[in-house]
Design a protein around this ligand. Sequence first.
Ligand code: SME
Length: 161
Amino acid sequence: MPVATKTEAVRAEIDQLDASASSAQELMQKLVKLLHERMLKYNWVGFYMIEPGSQPPMLVLGAFEGAMTPHVRIPLNQGICGAAASSGQTVVVDDVGKDPRYLACSLETKSEIVVPVFCHGKVVGELDIDSHFPAAFTAEHRDLVQHCAALVSRKLEASPS
Ligand code: SME
């Protein structure tokens, strides 16, 4: 059997976490810890969730690992975070210095990925990861981060409302 790549090994650990987590909140807390510890270029990992009933809709920082960010609340029309949540699409930015939408969290950040989290077809939040390395989020990483977001979506949909 071929030796698993790093992302394959981490994906297997993520699936174990998912099996043992009894709520979406617990899964999100464990995921940010695991991704931050195991993926060396994932220097800030956090979830933003849309505040229920907020008008205009607002992303609010949830579980995260890394330095505290000044962006605890982000309106949907601001930042790379707002772009991902309002479009429902994954956003990958290879050089944040060249993206006018970028809201700076750390001077060291060079690239970023934001993947929306859905619940019954509606965007309810997102998984945001910053790297100190340019273009850190290749297709392999995009797949891994999208897998994490999909697991959270599934947990949310399974939980009693
Ligand atoms: N860079 C994000 C803001 C969140 S911090 O990176 C944690 C953005 O442009 O929306």
